[in-house]
Every structure is written in structure tokens, then in C-alpha cells.
Write a protein that binds this ligand. Structure first.
Ligand code: 5GP
Ligand code: ZN
Length: 113
């Protein structure tokens, strides 16, 4: 997708604070962190949102969760972390390329979920 911010980050056309990359996935720190630790795990394939996950592309999403487990160790998130995915307008999705927010580094309490 030529006009997608995250596709541009994946292609290296926009700089990012990348913390992980493999053949299917990248992870980079969020530009506007909402917690002391806040990074995004993103499949390289342009899947728009969670409503577009199918049997054909679900391996990309599964890989994101394998990467989250790896990064939890790398980033020393033994105290726990929260994974959030926004899908669509009502959920507040602002970048239409599926991504998983990983938030940690503080006690999050019962704000949402
Ligand atoms: P959404 O609201 O779609 O769930 O989350 C999009 C996230 O992407 C936001 O938390 C926003 O701060 C982050 N973001 C938007 N543009 C950029 C960018 O160019 N670089 C980085 N690192 N994060 C971005
Ligand atoms: Zn994209």
C-alpha cells in the first residue's frame, strides 16, 4: 500500500525506533507512548484490521504473537503487559495496517478491560 505509514516504516522509507524484525514482522516503539513501555508489533503484509484476518493470512498474525512473547523477554516485561488491537473507526484505529500495541512498565489498573 503506497500511502500506508506502516508499510513505509517497514520499507525503511520513514524512520522508526525498531526493536525487532524478521521475515514476516517488525516491532518499533510508538511515536506517542501511552505507557513507560509502548511498542507496536506489525505484520509486514498489509492487512487492514482484525476484521480482515482469514485462513490465508492468519499465520502473519500468529507470528505477531510469537514475537510479542519474545519481546516480553527481551524488554524484561516479567511484571506483565497489555496487548491492544483497535479495529475500525469506533475503536479509534488511526493507522489502517493491523498492529498490536504492547503496553507495560506500570500498574495499569482497571482502566479498560
Ligand atoms: P491506532 O490508533 O491505529 O490503534 O494506533 C496507531 C499508533 O501508531 C498510535 O499509537 C500512534 O502514536 C502510532 N503512530 C502513528 N504514526 C506513527 C509513526 O510514524 N511512527 C511511530 N513509531 N508510531 C506511529
Ligand atoms: Zn500497510
Amino acid at each position: 500500500m503506497s500511502d500506508c505509514i506502516f508499510c513505509k516504516i517497514i520499507a525503511g522509507e520513514i524512520p522508526s525506533d525498531k526493536i525487532y524484525e524478521d521475515d514476516m514482522t517488525v516491532a518499533f516503539r510508538d511515536l506517542h507512548p501511552q505507557a513507560p513501555v509502548h511498542f507496536l508489533v506489525v505484520p509486514k503484509k498489509h492487512i487492514e484490521c482484525a476484521a480482515d484476518i482469514t485462513a490465508e493470512n492468519s499465520a502473519e498474525v500468529a507470528r505477531c504473537f510469537e514475537v510479542i512473547a519474545k519481546l516480553a523477554e527481551q524488554e524484561k516485561l516479567q511484571g506483565g503487559f497489555r496487548v491492544i488491537n483497535n479495529c475500525g473507526e469506533n475503536a479509534g484505529q488511526t493507522v489502517p495496517h493491523i498492529h498490536f500495541h504492547v503496553l507495560a512498565g506500570e500498574v495499569m489498573g482497571e482502566k479498560i478491560i
